[in-house]
Design a binder for this molecule. Structure first.
Ligand SMILES: N[C@@H](CCC(=O)N[C@@H](CS)C(=O)NCC(=O)O)C(=O)O
Length: 223
């Protein structure tokens, strides 16, 4: 069975590579570069067959999928349906919480990108004005993670779930890009539970195996 993950450097594709490693599934990682640190090189689109030209894109034998959340859920449902990675099978509160965090990782944490795109595509003054407008939303998101992680090692329950697989990238990216943080007189250490969770997840053998495989991911939080 062939399984290929189309991996753009420093991107959400890390979520899927990490999920594959947690599930101990074999896969080929096809690595692509960004042009000047932004858009993907065009070969990502032509070689993956993803009409959107975005990463991650997963081809798993006869299945082809875009969207990191769909890929992470597909892998768990297909290859580890009895696991608690989507929450314990009989606990609907926890399963719902995992779903909510999966949606949060893209639907809410995308506020970070609303501050990044003006940095990339607009002038410095407009970018800083937009970042200031987005700051309450960005900090609200970080505060939600921080509260959920008070006294907890992981976002839902006491073990890793898809909530962590999805939200870690979003939080790492927000802290690394420093959106709505130092510009508002704050520092990463103002979210200590979140920092500890990011370091804890980064120490997991599966997370480390992604890096050892050569996947470029510059956002990892270490001591
Ligand atoms: N919602 C999608 C977002 C996919 C996406 O926008 N990926 C970015 C990298 S994080 C990308 O491929 N960017 C390259 C480009 O826009 O050219 C997901 O979660 O997979």
């Amino acid at each position: 069975m062939s399984r290929v993950l189309y991996y753009l450097e420093d991107s959400r594709a890390f979520r899927v590579a990490w999920a594959l490693e947690e599930l101990e599934l074999d896969y080929d990682l096809k690595h692509y570069r960004r042009i000047q640190g932004k858009r993907a090189e065009p070969t990502l689109k032509s070689e993956s067959g993803n009409p959107l030209g975005k990463s991650p894109y997963l081809v798993d034998s006869d299945v082809q999928l875009g969207e990191s959340a769909a890929q992470v859920k597909y892998l768990i449902q297909r290859y580890a349906p009895e696991s608690s990675l989507l929450g314990p099978v009989d606990d609907w509160q926890k399963r719902g919480d995992v779903e909510a965090w999966i949606s949060f990782s893209e639907g809410m944490m995308v506020h970070t990108l609303a501050a990044i795109y003006p940095r990339w595509f607009s002038d410095a003054s407009s970018a800083s004005q937009i970042e200031a407008k987005m700051t309450p939303n960005i900090q609200n998101n970080l505060n939600a993670l921080e509260s959920a992680l008070a006294g907890n090692d992981y976002l839902v329950g006491d073990s890793l779930t898809a909530a962590d697989l999805m939200c870690v990238f979003s939080a790492e990216y927000t802290l690394y890009m420093d959106t709505g943080i130092s510009s508002d007189g704050k520092k990463k250490q103002d979210w200590p539970n979140t920092l500890a969770w990011l370091k804890r997840c980064a120490q997991r053998p599966a997370y480390q195996r992604v890096l050892q495989k050569g996947a470029t991911h510059k956002f990892t939080v270490t001591d």
